[in-house]
Design a protein around this ligand. Sequence first.
Ligand SMILES: O=C(O)CCC(=O)C(=O)O
Length: 281
Amino acid sequence: MTSGRAIKAVDITVPQAADYANGIEDLYNGTLDVIVLRGALPSAVLGPVGPKLDHDAAESWARPNQKNPADDIRMLGVPATPTYASPTGPDPAAYFAQAKWTRENAGRIFGNGWDAVGDIERMLGRFSGGRPVTLPANAEGQVFQPFTVRRLPDGTGISLHHDYHFPLALYDELRAASDTSTLISYFVTVQQPEAGGELTTYPVTQDEPNPPKLNGWAWDIAAVESRFPGQAFTTRAGDLFLFAAGRCLHRVNPVVGSRARITMGGFLSLSAARDRVLYWS
Ligand SMILES: O=C(O)CCC(=O)C(=O)O
């Protein structure tokens, strides 16, 4: 028997996005947990990108979770999160150097001169309630990374986790600039795998009083599945996914087949005064 409330999701197409113009605030406030915007980017933009990137040799993929084969994600960019290689998050100096590289190489990575940063800001702007969507900078003027690219080949996924990264050293300024009541994740699917790779989210918060954990620390997936009503989402190339990743436990199911799941994305917050949307990865 499951317990807890159900995940509150809307699965919409571009003409319906105007009905959720304040969607980011709704995700913050818990009125919504998930927004899926189908076809946020036309297939002509991303169609050629998946096959271009889907090779180990295509780019210098980092493998920050290589220690755990089931979580061995390939990444372009340094994630603003803990990883197996950096359990307390990235070194800020290395992070900002990489962030500059990612911004400068965005057009080249995708191979078609695509204005990825502009499109991300336009897509997020559909749900910002009219607030400007901006890439924050630290006190030295170093700008955060707009996105990371994530490639999950056959047999890999992303284990159960929350994304609430404000306590990390990298977030010293973002913490002060943001409404830290939660953190939102965003990603765009670049390539859909043949099977698997669903994003599954559960109504389990970080302060769940009786967390389903093994040995007191690792999430017990069987217990999570049996106690909480999870919801799985399959996303196709061009779909935008926004969700309350700081509040809702989630995972990416292992990918099956020769075509990797490729996504690009990061996080966003409302500014402390709730007058801007900040995004980074
Ligand atoms: O699918 C992705 O790119 C990341 C999924 C995830 O765990 C997140 O967005 O927090």
